[in-house]
Design a protein around this ligand. Structure first.
Ligand SMILES: [Zn+2]
Length: 282
């Protein structure tokens, strides 16, 4: 392949950030921390390995996902508890915050809502940063493991991918048939999963999660949420997924409610204010 004469000059052009995010509304983490300090535990759900479970969190409450028994990655879906049409938008969250989610960053909802659903308030893996391979934790890249990709690549019929686990959990929670529930399952936040892109080929990679029992990530619910969490069949995602090969462990979800008045001054965010005219009036 012949390069143009100015190939190096073109490559040398500096990148610009697609979405400078300094103008994003800033969560009041100090207020959240004060509210969390007096909060009481109001619910918990233990998610079995290679399975998923749903949980409800009211706006203004907190939910914590904890590694128990062994290193384990979790695939998280979020919906507006009153409207399954509003759900976590992994692609836009990645565009706004980057490939991995950190403390103070948000999980944003799908169009036309595009508002914060949950804010990361605590993360015991915050120390990890980016490793020498370009890997980091709480992955926003990897969609979710699913049986269709397994079938495409290996001809497999495997039924405990996160996609299927989340589908069963949502069907059980809502009474929807599996086929209808499946349509609401969406790209996840891969909690505790350590991933990146290889520098040479740009391929998506995973490596053993640094999570250990007792580690957790905690979120503040900005709106009423229905959550579903799958304990990925990849376990710590050090080797493979879409199979029963990896050692897998449970995950614990706990919900905490602040004391009345602890969030005075805070309001659940309204849906996005774009007028939805789309160039034809609005
Ligand atoms: Zn998975």
């Amino acid at each position: 392949m012949n390069e143009p004469a100015d190939a190096d000059a073109r490559r040398a052009i500096k990148p610009v950030i697609c979405y400078p995010n300094e103008t994003l509304p800033v969560p009041d983490l100090a207020l959240y921390a004060r509210a969390r300090a007096g909060a009481m535990k109001v619910g918990e759900r233990r998610v079995a390995p290679r399975d998923a479970g749903c949980f409800g969190v009211e706006a203004g409450q907190f939910f914590r996902i904890t590694s128990v028994e062994g290193p384990q990655v979790g695939d998280l879906n979020l919906w507006n508890a009153q409207d399954l049409g509003e759900r976590f938008y992994s692609g836009k969250t990645r565009a706004l915050h980057g490939t991995h989610l950190k403390r103070g960053e948000r999980m944003w909802s799908s169009l036309p809502h595009l508002r914060p659903m949950a804010t990361v308030t605590e993360d015991t893996l915050g120390w990890y940063g980016f490793d020498a391979f370009g890997g980091s934790v709480h992955d926003l890249i990897g969609t979710r493991c699913d049986p269709y990709t397994g079938n495409l690549l290996r001809g497999a019929q495997y039924h405990h991918c996160c996609h299927s686990n989340l589908t069963r959990a949502l069907a059980d929670e809502t009474g929807l048939p599996l086929s209808a529930a499946e349509g609401h399952v969406h790209d996840v936040l891969n909690v505790f999963m350590c991933t990146g892109f290889t520098r040479d080929s740009g391929q998506y990679f995973m490596k053993a999660s640094p999570v250990r029992p007792g580690d957790y990530i905690e979120f503040f619910a900005e709106i009423d949420l229905l959550g579903a969490l799958s304990a990925c069949p990849g376990g710590d995602c050090s080797a493979e997924h879409t199979s029963d090969v990896a050692e897998c462990y449970p995950l614990l979800v706990e919900v905490f409610a602040p004391q009345p008045g602890a969030l005075d001054g805070w309001r659940s965010p309204a849906p996005n204010a774009y007028d939805r005219g789309h160039g034809r009036g609005g």
